[in-house]
Design a protein around this ligand. Structure first.
Ligand SMILES: Cc1cc2nc3c(=O)[nH]c(=O)nc-3n(C[C@H](O)[C@H](O)[C@H](O)COP(=O)(O)OP(=O)(O)OC[C@H]3O[C@@H](n4cnc5c(N)ncnc54)[C@H](O)[C@@H]3O)c2cc1C
Length: 441
């Protein structure tokens, strides 16, 4: 059995640990906080439960694959539910579109509601990403890639100077379509001018595979995976902060923690599933990356909501300055509601007033409220679960993962993927497991 030490017990750390344990390795998982789950650990107060970060996922196959390859299939442990509407966008001109997932036809019809021919414009835009997905899936997202030996179709995309901002300006005269297409990136703390055009393929993933939520909230995923650590005999050490990776002769030989050093033994490996910039041994390798910063977040406990606010979709995007995103599926006591609001851009007034301007007036209905600024969130999570900020086409080469220049150190998680979000962090763990392979002993 080879010893593998996984650093960070968020979704990516647990996914990596579960996969590697199933491949026969002896796995230790180190987590600084008192519990596993990272950004998936919900906020619980006064009987309300809010997802702290992710509320839905694309590519459910990635989650299903993780569960199948590490023990019992996902269907036995949690319920993945397809969303009729991934999100509704409301624009400043009072028009709106509810974006359905999973089929081109449904999106065509929904966008046609914005005006004749708009549906076609949207579906043509999305269709262009089908080839990007097929190429990158085969050579980048689903196999451990080798930056120095890229197939030409991948290199062509990675070297292209076309940004998403440029593509959207060229493709759409209608600003509303630019807002819809750019939203997932704005929501992930990105600047469209710095995001390469190919990364826009998430619009294709939404259309083709749909959005999925987990019954009971994303905290259930954290709980089920934490339980899997026990069934897979992963040795879990919570309340153990990793201080550094100790290198000798160009290889990792131990991990230093607040509880002392842990030796890797012969042939051991380290999986970094936290921000590598926080470890002195890795910092020089990623000094050109910056984290994407999470939005200001407001968790609201609500009572006596009027009827017109009861049938909102799971996610409502209110475009403006700032853009507000309302997520409505938290868990609340009978008759009450748990919503989360994210603010993107400068919020110059109380969030309830900003919402009221969009005719989502909650001022009389708030019974509990938790306000969390970006700095507080990053402090709580010990890094940003949104991973690395795009700074142009070269960012793809500046992140670590799945391999790193240190032969027995691997990287998974938000900081090792091109798209923050559970599908990509999940894929990054699969790549690390593929790179390390089954135990040889
Ligand atoms: C506001 C917001 C909304 C989001 N919404 C969605 C969504 O709807 N859908 C979606 O797919 N994704 C969404 N995401 C992204 C998603 O949450 C992340 O992709 C995912 O949670 C990242 O998991 P991770 O394991 O890489 O990182 P994390 O969850 O951040 O885990 C890292 C872990 O490492 C631990 N750690 C850090 N430093 C140390 C150390 N020195 N020693 C030991 N442990 C350490 C941390 O405590 C933490 O547990 C959202 C993110 C945010 C911020």
């Amino acid at each position: 059995m080879t010893r593998v030490i996984v650093l960070g017990g968020g979704y990516a750390g647990m996914a990596s640990a579960a996969r590697l344990a199933k491949l026969g390795h002896s796995v230790t998982l180190l987590e600084a906080s008192g519990q596993l789950g990272g950004a998936l650990v919900p906020v619980r107060e006064e009987g309300f439960t809010w997802d702290a970060s992710a509320t839905s996922t694309l590519l459910p196959a990635v989650m299903r694959d993780l569960f199948r390859k590490s023990g019992r299939p996902a269907e036995r442990e949690l319920e993945l539910v397809p969303m009729d509407v991934i999100r509704e966008h409301r624009f400043a001109d009072k028009t709106s579109v509810a974006v359905p997932g999973g089929t081109r036809g449904a999106q065509l019809a929904a966008f046609d509601g914005l005006g004749p021919g708009i549906g076609q414009q949207w579906t043509d835009y999305v269709a262009r990403f089908s080839e990007d997905w097929e190429v990158l899936r085969k050579h980048y997202f689903e196999v451990p890639w080798e930056p120095s030996a890229l197939p030409s179709a991948v290199a062509e995309r990675f070297r292209s100077r076309e940004t998403l901002h440029k593509r959207l300006r060229k493709t759409f005269k209608d600003e509303r379509l630019r807002l819809v297409a750019g939203h997932p990136f704005v929501a992930a703390g990105q600047e469209l001018r710095d995001v390469p055009a190919w990364a826009g393929l998430t619009a294709y993933l939404e259309q083709r595979f749909g959005g999925w939520r987990v019954e009971g909230g994303m905290g259930v995923v954290a709980e089920v995976l934490a339980a899997r650590m026990t069934t897979r005999r992963v040795s879990v050490q919570t309340a153990t902060r990793v201080e550094d990776i100790i290198l000798r002769g160009g290889r990792a030989v131990a991990v230093s923690t607040t509880d002392g050093e842990i030796d890797l033994g012969v042939d051991g490996a380290v999986v970094v599933a936290l921000d590598p910039r926080s470890l002195p041994a890795l910092r020089p390798l990623v000094e050109r990356t910056l984290p994407a910063i999470p939005p200001m977040t407001f968790h609201l406990g609500l009572a006596s909501l009027p009827d017109h606010l009861l049938d909102l979709p799971d996610e409502l995007v209110l475009h403006g300055e700032p853009t507000l995103v309302v997520r409505t599926r938290g868990i609340a006591p009978e008759g009450q509601h748990a919503w989360t609001v994210h603010s993107y851009g400068k919020l110059m007034e109380d969030v309830l007033l900003a919402l009221a301007r969009h005719k989502v007036d909650l001022r009389e209905h708030v019974v509990h409220r938790v306000d969390l600024g970006a700095a507080e969130l990053v402090r709580r999570w010990r890094g940003s679960p949104l991973g690395v900020k795009w700074e142009g086409r070269s960012t793809v080469f500046q992140r670590l993962g799945p391999r790193t220049p240190i032969p027995n150190v691997y990287a998974a998680g938000a900081h090792a993927t091109p798209g923050s979000g559970l599908p990509f962090t999940g894929l990054s763990s699969a790549l690390v497991a593929q790179s390390i392979g089954p135990s040889q002993r």
